[in-house]
Design a protein around this ligand. Sequence first.
Ligand SMILES: Cc1cc2nc3c(=O)[nH]c(=O)nc-3n(C[C@H](O)[C@H](O)[C@H](O)COP(=O)(O)OP(=O)(O)OC[C@H]3O[C@@H](n4cnc5c(N)ncnc54)[C@H](O)[C@@H]3O)c2cc1C
Length: 403
Amino acid sequence: MSTLARVPDVDVQDATETDSVGGVRPRLVARPTSTEQVSQLLSAAAEDDLVVVPRGRGTKLRWGVPPRSVDVLLDLSGMDRVLEHQAGDLIVAAEAGTPLAAMQDTCARADQRLAIDELVPGTTIGGLIATNLSGPRRMAYGTMRDLLIGVTVVRPDGVVAKAGGKVVKNVAGYDLGKLMTGSFGTLAVVTSAFFRLHPVPETSTWVSVEAESPSAAAETVRQAVHSQMVPAAVEIDAQPGRPTLVSALLEGTEVGVAGRVDQLLRLWGDTAAVDTQERPRGFPRESESQALLKLTCAISAVPEIAQAAVDLGLHVRGSAGTGVLFAALPDGTPPKTVASALERLRERTTAAGGAAVLLDAPPEISTAVDAWGPVPGIELMRRVKERFDPENLLSPGRFVGGI
Ligand SMILES: Cc1cc2nc3c(=O)[nH]c(=O)nc-3n(C[C@H](O)[C@H](O)[C@H](O)COP(=O)(O)OP(=O)(O)OC[C@H]3O[C@@H](n4cnc5c(N)ncnc54)[C@H](O)[C@@H]3O)c2cc1C
């Protein structure tokens, strides 16, 4: 502990129960305000063999597998500055603890945005990169991997590394940005990032239509995904005993969107309509005590996978246009039932070229199920982890295969 306390000007406090990560309570919380302080803290922690887990705003810190242990929670929320916005070049840079919404506010002044949906309010950009967050607009704009053009990270031994952005200096040949995306805080701590921006479209309109079930919605989905209307998103929302809703998002100029909306209404028929009120687009659950799964598959298999989830009693919602669905089990489902639903859906999604993972659940469930399932390429992932964090001091056990 003493080494940490010697890092100048950093707020280091005893942790409380609210700082727990998936039920594992750290001993200390350190709040750095610069990359340099992160570097000093990590090298001091490494000297004492202390296990560190980074936190953004902690909006979903229990997602993924709980870490095996935590000594120090590295709270990045004090690193919340938008560093620069070059509107002419459609680029923005911000510190890792910056809430996505704050960065979007800055970009909005020039009618620009990072084209990533904020499904979990309060998400920071570090947490967003670490969990590879994306929502409906992924269909048109891609994921973090496509929009992140540079990162500054601190390795567990305290070494600062930069890639992309304005400083083109890759580390040992790795594409750092791509490695960090979805790494769950297991490789290095992101301290700042550069993103590619898009202009905010003049107008955005959702058009929706109902079908009896996900299977019955297959043709509707296919028409939208393969249409000339170039939707920015095609979403599906289905649950037992309710009609299935298929929605498409059309974005662009007023005139262009009006024409494409008309075309889509004609294609989908009389029951299709422009959405006049906001519909829920986030995760399909009312409470965080419900287990939440992520199901991925080939786009053509979305209706079949959504049907399989509904047949198991789940509420499923997500992108029919990219094959990424979220599914929630009813509140109070016992861990064994969650595990068997996950296994059955894993068989179906694997056969359809995708995967099924447990994203978020109370610890009594997340510790009782195989959250990630089998992962191709696990040996390669282990070698990357070994290169970045040979002592296993950063978020141990959070990621697939106990990484
Ligand atoms: C597998 C998976 C897929 C997900 N997919 C989606 C999705 O498609 N859509 C969606 O809306 N949400 C998704 N989420 C959840 C969402 O990404 C998180 O709720 C959100 O990103 C949390 O942001 P936060 O700023 O509150 O970070 P926190 O909850 O504080 O941290 C989230 C994770 O990132 C790590 N982390 C935080 N900051 C840093 C940093 N600076 N450097 C390194 N690691 C850091 C943390 O250790 C933790 O593992 C997913 C989560 C998981 C586990």
